[in-house]
Design a protein around this ligand. Structure first.
Ligand code: CAA
Length: 261
């Protein structure tokens, strides 16, 4: 069935200043088929360009986040075919999404599903959440950033155990390891994620964008380069109307109203 915004495998709900994107292939635990990935990256590109949206919640709904790439689509493919389709390369609009992304994770977030979580900026996990990279059981390894983002997020040994055993990590343990921000009852995961997104959406959007960019830079560059980039963004923000508004609002003891300019 095609939803209101023309997506077959997604629900997209814009309640400006936030939007919620729900993966919607429940029969196969939101397995990430090429069509679903195409729809998701298209929706994200549109939301990135929509000035009324300042933060996005990404969820799989109340039962499952996503059980990974669609195995039925991959089982008989060859290496050249896979390389030509470059399914994992298609995640660029998610990895490069400029606005804050809050993941709301209930149930399994496995394989590509877990890698999607690792591309989000804040992760709210329901008590039922289980994060893992079971690719090893299929004779492959993660292909959408898992081998790189796990160690950068939770360290070498946690990453190795996840990749080599394929065992998923339950929510509470994921919290202790710094893989998720908060664990909440599953029935309120999405609501709490929306609350966090609304809180972020009240902030000056250019500052939020640069804060996100600066933190992500820490994953990719030597300290000196990250510091130089942070410094440039810091000075740049003094050219924005929102910086004037933010500082004057503080001095005038009122709440700032930010326009993203
Ligand atoms: N791809 C395709 N179909 C999937 C799927 C997947 N990744 N995960 C689940 N499904 C389907 C099942 O085949 C089943 O379909 P049928 O009802 O038609 O048989 C349906 O979803 C329900 O699944 P189960 O009956 O298996 O449900 P369960 O509760 O017994 O088990 C589970 C849940 C442990 C998540 C199990 O489904 C599972 O192990 N799934 C595969 C997880 C996995 O290996 N993910 C990695 C994929 S590879 C990858 O993601 C590569 C990458 O990095 C890009």
């Amino acid at each position: 069935m095609i939803g209101a915004m023309g997506y077959e495998h997604l629900l997209v709900d814009v309640e400006a200043p936030i939007a919620t994107v729900t993966l919607n292939r429940p029969r196969v635990l939101n397995a990430l088929s090429p069509d679903l990935i195409r729809e998701l990256t298209t929706a994200l590109s549109e939301l990135d360009a929509d000035d009324s949206v300042r933060a996005v919640v990404l969820t799989g709904g109340p039962k499952v986040f996503a059980a990974g790439a669609d195995i039925s689509d991959m089982a008989d493919r060859g290496a050249v075919d896979q390389l030509r389709r470059d399914q994992t390369g298609r995640w660029a609009p998610l990895a490069g999404f400029s606005k804050p992304l809050v993941a709301a994770v209930n149930g399994y977030a496995l394989g590509g599903g877990c890698e999607v979580v690792l591309m989000c900026d804040v992760v709210i996990a329901g008590e039922t959440a289980r994060l893992g990279q079971p690719e090893i059981n299929l004779g492959i390894i993660p292909g959408a950033g898992g081998t790189q983002r796990w160690p950068r997020t939770a360290g070498k040994y946690v990453a190795m155990e996840a990749m080599l055993t394929g065992q998923p990590i339950p929510a509470q343990r994921a919290y202790e390891l710094g893989l998720v921000n908060k664990v909440v009852p599953a029935e309120v995961t999405v609501e709490i994620a929306k609350r966090v997104a609304r809180q972020i959406a009240e902030k000056p959007p250019l500052a939020a964008r640069m804060a996100k960019e600066a933190v992500l830079k820490a994953f990719e560059s030597p300290l000196s380069e990250g510091l130089a980039s942070e410094r440039k963004s810091f000075y740049f923000l003094f050219a924005t109307e929102d910086q004037k508004e933010g500082m004057h609002a503080f001095l005038e003891k009122r709440k700032g109203v930010f326009k993203g300019r």
